[in-house]
Ligand binder design. Sequence first.
Ligand code: CP3
Length: 348
Amino acid sequence: MTKKLLEVLSGEAVWPPPVWLMRQAGRFLPEYRAVRATTSGFMDLATTPEKAAEVTLQPVRRFGMDAAILFSDILVLPWALGQDLTFEAGEGPILPPIRDAAGVAALDTTKVRPAIRPILETVRQVHASLKEDASNGGTDATLIGFAGSPFTVACYMIEGGGSKEFANVRAMAHGQPELFAELMEKITTATITYLSAQVLAGAEAVMLFGSWDGILSPRLFRTHAIAPAARIAAALRSRFPRVPFIGFPRLAGLMIGEYVQKTGVQALALDTSAEPTLAAGMIPSHVAVQGNLDPLALVAGGAALEDETAALLAAMRGRPHVFNLGHGILPQTPPEHVAALIAQIRGA
Ligand code: CP3
């Protein structure tokens, strides 16, 4: 039996569409908070395979999601390259910022393979659990592996954490192009290693999270968002031709057509701002669209959620569509609203 999500990623329109939610393994779930409370922090959880596998599977068990996304973070890659990483409650990630040649030179791509071992063990354990559930007539959820896009990862590495504008990053990309290119090269190479290893461990599809790609000027978007994504997708395709690739160039706006054409992705994840019918018209009809319900509609629930969901379902009917949010689920989302959303989609 073909899994519903993989069917859509192969270019089929499936009705009702498969559904999963970005950041579905996370703080909005009490069972996640319970496991998280047994750890010393986010990285402890992400590098303890039994616990990471458990929280990966929680949303699949509770809601019957069509995908399990590996529980990890896009910032595990800088950590694997040797950059310190901590997650402070309420503040998000903190890294020692990289602003000069010495900082870039200190990143060590040979550290990646040993560092990611516990993450790969999580992938293996989730893969085994899903297989066992499937053979018992249970879930047919697809296991998705992921990484951040090189530019988005560079944003956090240079800025040292989150930011509204990532001004230091854009200043380096424009003002120190050679240093910036060297950093991007290291991240891109490490990302290919990391995603390939996830596939070998059992990931059945991969997604590249370009959460900040769209803040680049169109010229730099070509160089620093499209080109590295195309290189990563091509490397994965040559080794694993049957493993679909989902691209999420958030806020890419008018650049999505070129992104899809140059990267050859099987699915384009749309952010909340993209008008789905217009966006779908900019990409070939066999390329799946993933998205793009407003995470705040899911927080609101009730008629607001029903109306937004019905409109999105109707707009994407007849083309390959993976129902998802336009950005990650918010911690204040009531789990009952997620259950109502899934029921509405499945009843459509
Ligand atoms: O369920 C899933 O989607 C799988 C796990 C996952 C996490 N982060 C877990 C996480 C995935 C796919 C990510 C991706 C990620 N991480 C992105 C790209 C997607 C996006 O949302 O734009 C980005 C930009 C990050 C970086 C990051 N990680 C930030 C900015 C933060 C702090 C803000 C926040 O939401 O707390 C994190 C921490 C993080 N990553 C948490 C989780 C569940 C919360 C921390 C905790 O539980 O202590």
